[in-house]
Design a protein around this ligand. Structure first.
Ligand SMILES: Nc1ncnc2c1ncn2[C@@H]1O[C@H](COP(=O)(O)OP(=O)(O)OP(=O)(O)O)[C@@H](O)[C@H]1O
Length: 241
């Protein structure tokens, strides 16, 4: 479970990047965090994951405070950032092993996990190549594999489907569903409404730092009393025509 309690963040005196955000994402749920460019999605994710310190408010990850019980909180989740350009000099396999080391994944189980992940993401042949030789989508996949190798209970992903080919995108969505159905939590941001509609149990829509809506897609439609396409609803809600 992720609990975001009255979290705010400003980068300058005039505007709040995130303004008094309250959200609870229970276990067993895929939660999609939507909003236009500059809405506050990445800032929120950085505060959830302890990369950015909020000005006010608290974030609890499975009950552990990211600011005061940081290590315990960080052990609860795996984070896929929006840019996969990390550790470019390492080979794919070295990177995944590094991540497995960081999270104390026993040698006995990691090999099987790595093989399974590589197979599912079509990366078996690329594992011994350096990450800098990878395409954007392959870098994205290796970062995702580095997270999944330690089987975190909570997945936090910033625009995870960007750059993935259709097959890998399908695989990741399938894995997200399996993860939530096993009683765990998935929180991800996206611009793609169709993805959110098909995949998410609930969505939150943020604009200019303020949460505009939180609920199911059906509730969102009822809320706006319209049968227009979701994209249109989204555009109306956020005022971006
Ligand atoms: N380090 C920073 N310094 C100054 N301003 C920042 C910083 N990070 C974010 N901002 C500002 O905070 C606001 C929210 O940005 P954020 O990156 O959270 O949006 P986003 O919803 O993730 O956008 P996108 O979809 O374009 O990635 C924007 O106005 C952005 O310019």
């Amino acid at each position: 479970m992720i609990e975001i309690q009255d979290v705010s963040k400003s980068f300058n005196a005039s505007t709040k990047a995130v303004d008094s955000l309250r959200l609870t994402i229970p276990s067993g749920e895929i939660f999609g965090f939507l909003g236009p460019n500059g809405a506050g999605k990445t800032t929120t994710i950085k505060m959830i994951t302890g990369i950015t310190r909020p000005d006010t408010g608290t974030v609890l990850i499975n009950g552990k405070d990211i600011l005061t019980d940081t290590l315990a909180a960080k052990r609860q989740f795996g984070f896929v950032p929006d840019s996969p350009d990390l550790f470019l000099r390492l080979k794919g396999l070295e990177y995944i092993n590094f991540m497995a080391d960081m999270y104390d994944v026993p040698q006995g189980v990691r090999k099987e996990r790595i093989n399974k992940l590589a197979e599912r993401f079509d990366m078996t042949g690329a594992l011994t190549d350096p990450i800098q030789s990878y395409s954007h989508g392959m870098r994205q996949k290796i970062v995702i594999m580095g997270v999944l190798v330690h089987e975190p209970e909570i997945w936090i992903l910033d625009e995870p489907l960007t750059g993935l080919d259709p097959k890998s995108s399908f695989t990741l969505k399938e894995m997200m569903r399996e993860h939530a159905d096993a009683g765990r939590t998935v929180f991800f941001s996206t611009h793609v409404l169709e993805v959110a509609e098909k995949l998410c149990d609930r969505v939150g829509i943020i604009n200019k730092g303020v949460l505009q809506f939180c609920g199911t897609f059906r509730e969102m439609q009822d809320h706006f009393q319209s049968n227009d396409s979701l994209e249109r609803l989204f555009l109306e809600m956020t005022g971006h025509e």
